[in-house]
Design a protein around this ligand. Structure first.
Ligand code: AMP
Ligand code: MG
Length: 346
């Protein structure tokens, strides 16, 4: 399978995110020294702005009429205190797009393309999902999704610090291949691509060959391997432990930043991902859920909120009609929802 056979929008978006991953791998260290703190107290780095400008400029060329709804905007970059960061963003983007003769205003305008409205058809981008992971040398991803009439049609998750490779399954006669995800050591990086009705795929940074991603076939609740955020303030890990015990599983959850978790679930490296809000009023952002949700579903899994409702992408920048997240290999989903209902989680 080749990227082009997934359609022109998916091919263009997959290439744009692959370029963003390559750029991140080249400039990771240069991007880290300069960090600002946003109004919501979360960190934002030069990398967040460079990747948003890069992907937004590509969208402007390829689909100029499609709105972009992205996490960042250039407000903070226009302030006097951000002068050094702004200069660095323009310089690094100039390295990625040489020969453009970039002006600061052009770069800020690309970043501000992300202020688009959620209409019948729009793209949503998290330029760095897991900024804290990037800063601490852990996982982070670049996530882009196309939403049409409230349904995610394309989901792309670029992974600079994750590799997924295939290895022969334990029973070779089955003809199946097990996915092996590498998070440490000599990690090559790659891009996970999902297209509604066309499956979920892994593409390395070189070549155009795609490898199919499939969720785990584990149906024994006691064997559940779970994924959870590394940030204990983002989701209630103690409650997850209690749910796992009720399932009969004693495996410790794998703690990880951003939609890396959905990629691992889609690759069959775990069976369950939960997000249990500490503050029951917290609502997830669409750019942190859309691409990952399609990846899991197209890999054969299931995604709902804690109440078993499908994610509703028609409510603007946040999932206003959903609480938390249950993403699974599908086979264990109902068992988890039953436990959640009995426990009255959030
Ligand atoms: P993760 O690594 O899965 O925890 O996802 C990181 C993202 O969680 C950040 O980029 C934030 O947008 C988001 N986040 C921030 N505060 C909260 C919160 N209180 N509850 C849930 N998610 C949050
Ligand atoms: Mg982000």
């Amino acid at each position: 399978m080749q990227l082009e056979s997934l359609g022109s929008d998916a091919a263009f978006a997959g290439e744009a995110i692959r370029d963003a991953v390559r750029s991140m791998r080249a400039m990771e260290r240069d991007a880290l020294g300069y960090t600002l703190t946003k109004a919501n107290a979360s960190p934002v780095t030069v990398a967040d702005f460079v990747v948003q400008a890069l992907v937004a400029s590509r969208l402007a060329e390829h689909v100029p009429n499609d709105p972009l709804v992205a996490e960042e905007d250039a407000t903070i970059l226009r302030t006097e205190t951000a002068r050094e960061v702004r200069g660095r963003v323009v310089e690094l983007l100039g390295r990625i797009r040489p020969g453009c003769g970039l002006e600061s205003e052009q770069v800020l305008a690309w970043i501000d393309r992300g202020r688009g409205l959620c209409g019948p058809r729009f793209w949503t981008l998290d330029p760095i999902d897991g900024t804290k992971g990037l800063l601490r040398g852990g996982q982070y991803v670049v996530a882009l999704a196309l939403i049409v009439d409230g349904a995610v049609q394309i989901g792309i998750v670029g992974c600079p610090r994750l590799s997924v490779t295939t290895a022969p399954a334990s029973q070779p006669e089955s003809g199946e291949h097990a996915m092996v995800a590498a998070l440490e050591g000599d990690v090559e990086g790659g891009v996970a691509v999902a297209v509604r009705g066309r499956g979920a795929w892994w593409m390395s940074l070189h070549g155009n060959h795609l490898t199919r991603l499939s969720v785990s076939s584990e149906s024994n609740p006691a064997q559940t391997r779970a994924l959870h955020s590394l940030e204990s303030r983002h989701s209630d890990v103690d409650e997850l432990h209690r749910i796992l015990r009720e399932l009969g599983s004693h495996a410790s959850p794998m703690l990880m930043d951003g939609q890396t978790k959905q990629v691992l679930l889609a690759a069959g490296a775990a069976e369950l991902l939960m997000r249990i809000p500490i503050d029951p009023e917290y609502r997830e952002t669409i750019w942190e859920q859309a691409a990952g949700a399609l990846l899991v579903e197209e890999a054969g899994g299931r995604v709902t909120d804690l109440h078993g409702r499908p994610l509703d992408f028609t409510t603007g920048r946040h999932l206003l009609r959903n609480t938390g997240l249950v993403a699974s290999n599908g086979l264990l989903h109902d068992a988890v929802l039953v436990i959640v209902r009995h426990r009255h989680v959030r």
